[in-house]
Design a protein around this ligand. Sequence first.
Ligand SMILES: [Zn+2]
Ligand SMILES: [Zn+2]
Length: 105
Amino acid sequence: MSLRPGNNTKKGQAHQNTYAFKHNKSSKLTKVISKVPLDNLCKRCLDQLEWRIDYRKYKPLTAPSRCNMCQEKTIYKAYRTICDKCSITNKLCAKCALSVDSYQK
Ligand SMILES: [Zn+2]
Ligand SMILES: [Zn+2]
């Protein structure tokens, strides 16, 4: 005469671990990467950089690099070939330097 309360609490745990990489929140690198600016990019380059971030392959710039257009050391973001000023004025992607109609971010 045992009336057990149904202990079969089945949580519908679907496999949702489809993320490419789980970021370790305490990691210093993750903190840096999460603040990485992804502006002034065309869709293709944005995808590429997001992929790099997802797979922890994004290496933030440590020293400013030279802009291919104005030749000034005004690039502070990794993987860019032209600086923000030049890319915005000329409506170019800051990475591949192709002209873009509108920036993704
Ligand atoms: Zn420039
Ligand atoms: Zn591009």
